[in-house]
Design a protein around this ligand. Structure first.
Ligand SMILES: [Cu+2]
Length: 129
């Protein structure tokens, strides 16, 4: 009997502990995930390249790209494509004009692939930890 009561109380304590840990984890997630609107004026446009400087990004953070979709787009690319402004075959541009893109851990590269826009520094490299 005493053994039975002991194990029930152990389970209850385990459940309470798990709930407490879950709440802490949820709060940690809530604190960690941030949303950033890309561009110093809140617009994704030319000369965006310096925008990430001085900011600290985490995997799971969301970048919001606001732009006129008739003039610009967003393409997630690799470092090579970022550096030479060449869009890889099969890359799928974001074209909504208000794209929300979640950062992956490590380096994330984005360009606009309208002709000569990337070359005009419409590109950003964001490192997420
Ligand atoms: Cu553009």
């Amino acid at each position: 009997m005493a053994k039975g009561r002991g194990s029930a109380s152990w389970s209850a304590r385990a459940i309470v502990t798990l709930m407490a840990v879950s709440v802490l984890l949820l709060q940690a997630d809530y604190v960690q995930a941030a949303t950033y609107t890309v561009g110093d004026s809140g617009i994704w446009t030319f000369n965006a390249v310096g925008w990430p400087k001085g900011k600290h990004f985490r995997a799971g953070d969301v970048l919001v790209f606001n732009y006129n979709p008739r003039m610009h787009n967003v393409v997630k690319v690799d470092s090579g494509s970022y550096n030479n402004c060449k869009t890889p075959t099969g890359a799928k541009p974001y074209t909504s004009g208000k794209d929300r893109i979640t950062l992956s851990k490590g380096q994330n590269f984005f360009i606009c692939n309208f002709p000569n826009h990337c070359e005009s520094d419409m590109k950003i490299a964001v490192t997420a930890v």
